[in-house]
Design a protein around this ligand. Structure first.
Ligand SMILES: Nc1ncnc2c1ncn2[C@@H]1O[C@H](COP(=O)(O)OP(=O)(O)OP(=O)(O)O)[C@@H](O)[C@H]1O
Length: 757
């Protein structure tokens, strides 16, 4: 057996050597193009420079991708029977999925008609025959889709493990064991090997082991909304990221408009950020936490659940609509709003009193135009009112118009008028209005019949973190409110700046010298600018969609008004308390586009022993819903311990240390949100492999081992607490310890009340 393995590894090594030789040729080609392009630039005519620009850019991109340190550039192979019609597709592979009629002889023998190698990028040899097929190409789909029940043309699927230029191992699945083809078969369980590996603080791609039901989602057509449901560990996040890479491959031009991936927390962003680069894709994909979607704002603090529930609900929208207009009555920031306008015209003093001014404001504010855009209209109505006060009469309409024009010009440049307008109709900023909500009296006015007085008090108090200009720590819910306010207020009047003329950049002498460096720099700044300006995307992927509040759905919706969508989530893990309202907001964001629904059913993260325990909480959190099927079992049952009556600190530390000894990779310690700081102190000095997390921060993450501290505390945190606990219990890939406190009412074995049969 070992001999067969060695021979097969050698076979793949030969192929990999060919691939790398060819890659090297391509790299030289690209380098030559770069050199040539730079020389061409020395001709100095704008035409030649523009041409060089394009060439250097293309060659640079190519080089960059080829030079990327791929861990396993080549990772798969399929051996295929002759296809139905044997037609070759544009990528050099046969397009037919089913075997030809005579592919299998009556005696059960068959010949392999074609062998395809699958990798991270497509590579053709000098004769344009495929050496490696890009994993996203149609011809690679059978590598992921073929099963023993529906093998299509695939006889053997092989996963190749390599590092750099060296093949380390191969694992085969025989999909048509009934045939005699003479193909050797090595090992079993490439998937299992992948799942058992120690976890680090960054997610790996799953490109070599995508499963059939996942592949269907990844390659689903992007014409509309793709909705993906599935329990913990079914690969929703992984699938969503691979789908982004697939969409870019499939239609790069269309997605030049950008793909946005919305993630629930910065921790999950950090965890998943490396996946797309490892798939050879960056640039066009922005992965953002839901608290970082607004330029210049970043959520850094949490609201308590009662406040979060109000701020996230659609009731808040009504309050913000009133506030965006009502705030004008109070002036901007700390400046008071003037209640009288006095100007001098025609040697007389003209005055508008409080009541007249309020009538004008009322008239201007009718309708739904963003408040900042109404300023010119306010100015005009003020001038109208003053003109009427002046009481000038003219028989000749032409003369009247002329006189009026002069009047308008005089008054609107008069300092009194300018100052008045600036104070009476200030340019409003979202942050300024948000800060105004911290005034309980004002908030009470704007939320009459919407929020109860205790709710008003809570929300106002939570916003006292902000100064009068709205600077200070924001929560994710505050960020969604800022975005809503931005839409309600409209942009502030523009200050024009002149963009550098691209022609200026093409002439200049310094052009010839450090061209490549400046090219790279120039591109980056242009790219940054694009990113900063980009508020709408061609495709929006929402991860952990069950957690978006209605207000957040509105914020995300604004970024994908013309986009196609991929929405992945699991209602059983939702930390949001009012799912019906969120569903309404989600429908509005996604519009009437047709939807395709997929369900992922296999849990690749948790061993059955952990999944079974979590299922007990699922039954309480969402009675009747089905847990995904765990794909493996390890024989390691979860451990229970009780902390006794004092501070659980010592017990937490001891249990964490025990887990650190038991696993090679990471340990996550999940505590109730209110205990985060404490927990960090308890674990101080235990090293980087262990992390303390508040229950809401654990979302989407995974660890080799998890210590869940006091299930009851987590469950009691909010009305959605049981679902949050379900999340906490499903983070471990190998080991789980549950540590009870007094509130958990543990039995003699330390099993908390909530987890007993
Ligand atoms: N086909 C696969 N091959 C190898 N590993 C996989 C596969 N599918 C999923 N995994 C692994 O299983 C783990 C769970 O995947 P992922 O985090 O995407 O699940 P999820 O559905 O988003 O979970 P949750 O709902 O709990 O956030 C990850 O480590 C992922 O790499």
């Amino acid at each position: 057996m070992a001999a067969v393995r060695d021979t097969e590894i050698a076979v793949e090594q030969t192929h990999l050597d060919r691939v790398y030789d060819r890659l090297e040729e391509k790299i030289h080609e690209a380098e030559f193009l770069m050199d040539d392009a730079v020389k061409r630039g020395q001709v100095g005519t704008p035409g030649a420079l523009a041409e060089r620009d394009a060439q250097v850019f293309r060659a640079g991109l190519h080089l960059n991708r080829l030079n990327s340190e791929f861990e396993d550039f080549l990772f798969g192979r399929i051996d295929l029977l002759l296809g139905e019609d044997g037609k070759k597709g544009p990528d050099g592979a046969y397009t037919s999925v089913e075997p030809a009629e005579d592919a299998i002889r009556p005696d059960g023998t068959a010949a392999i008609a074609e062998t395809l190698h699958i990798g991270r990028l497509g590579v053709l040899d000098a004769d344009y025959a495929p050496l490696v097929i890009d994993w996203r190409a149609p011809a690679a789909a059978p590598f992921y889709r073929a099963t023993p029940v529906a093998p299509g043309r695939v006889v053997r699927r092989r996963v190749i493990r390599s590092k750099g230029r060296k093949v380390l191992g191969v694992e085969d699945d025989l999909l048509r064991p009934e045939l005699t083809t003479g193909l050797p078969v090595v090992g079993d369980g490439a998937l299992m090997a992948a799942l058992g590996q120690a976890r680090s603080h960054t997610m790996r791609d799953i490109v070599s082991s995508i499963q059939a039901e996942q592949d269907e989602v990844i390659r689903a057509p992007a014409a509309s909304v793709t909705e993906v449901a599935g329990g913990p560990g079914t690969g929703k996040t992984a699938v969503a990221l691979h789908r982004a890479a697939y969409l870019l491959y499939q239609d790069r031009r269309r997605y030049a408009g950008g793909i946005l991936v919305v993630s629930p927390t910065p921790l999950l962003v950090a965890y998943t950020e490396g996946v797309l680069p490892s798939l050879g894709e960056e640039g066009q994909v922005a992965i953002r936490a839901v608290g970082s979607l607004v330029d210049g704002a970043e959520a850094t603090t949490y609201d308590d659940p009662a406040v979060a529930r109000i701020k996230g609900s659609l009731r808040m929208l009504k309050v913000l609509r009133r506030a965006a207009r009502g705030v004008l009555e109070y002036g901007a920031g700390s400046a008071r709003c003037p209640d009288r306008l006095r100007v001098v015209a025609f040697g007389r003093r003209l005055e508008l009193e409080a009541e007249e001014l309020s009538g004008i404001r009322h008239a201007v504010l009718g309708g739904t135009t963003p408040v900042n855009l109404l300023r010119p209209r306010a100015r005009r109505l003020l001038l109208d009112a003053l003109w009427r006060k002046a009481g000038r009469r003219f028989d000749d309409p032409e003369l009247a118009a002329e006189e009026r024009q002069g009047f308008d010009e005089d008054i609107s440049t008069e300092q009194e008028f300018v100052d008045f307008l600036a104070a009476w109709w200030p340019v409003l900023t979202p942050r300024g209005v948000l800060a105004a909500l911290s005034d309980e009296k004002r908030l009470g006015r704007w939320s009459r019949r919407i929020l109860s007085p205790p709710e008003v008090r809570r929300v106002a108090r939570s916003l006292r973190r902000l100064d009068v200009g709205g600077n200070g720590a924001l929560s994710v819910h505050d960020v969604a409110m800022l975005d809503e306010l931005e839409a309600l207020l409209g942009p502030p009047p523009k200050v024009r700046t002149r963009d550098a003329d691209p022609l200026d950049q093409l002439t200049g002498l310094e052009e010839v010298t450090t061209f490549a460096d400046r090219m790279a720099g120039g591109r980056r700044s242009r790219q940054d600018r694009l990113d900063a300006e980009r508020t709408e995307y061609a495709h929006v992927i929402v991860d952990e969609a069950q957690d978006l509040t209605p207000m957040q759905w509105r914020m995300v919706g604004r970024r994908g008004r013309a986009a196609t969508w991929t929405v992945v989530g699991d209602p059983a893990q939702s930390s949001w308390t009012d799912p019906d309202e969120a569903a309404l907001a989600r429908d509005e964001a996604l519009g009437t586009r047709p939807r395709r629904r997929f369900t992922l059913t296999v849990n690749y993260r948790n061993p059955a022993e952990i999944a079974d325990l979590a299922a007990k909480v699922l039954a309480l959190a969402m009675p009747g819903s089905e847990a995904p099927r765990a794909v493996r079992s390890t024989g390691l049952v979860p451990r229970f311990a009780a902390a006794g009556d004092g501070s659980p600190g010592e017990a937490v530390r001891a249990e964490a240390e025990r887990l650190l000894d038991e696993v090679e990779g990471t340990v996550g310690v999940v505590v109730a949100m209110g205990r985060r700081e404490e927990a960090r102190r308890w674990l101080a000095g235990l090293g980087e492999r262990v992390v303390a997390l508040g229950s809401l921060e654990a979302k989407g993450l995974e660890y080799d081992a998890t210590l869940v501290v006091s299930p009851a505390e987590i469950a009691d945190e909010s009305p959605a607490g049981l679902r949050v606990l379900y999340v906490a219990l499903t983070r471990a890939t190998q080991r789980l310890t549950v540590l009870s406190g007094p509130r958990d009412l543990p039995d003699a074995a330390g099993v908390p009340d909530l987890l007993r049969d």
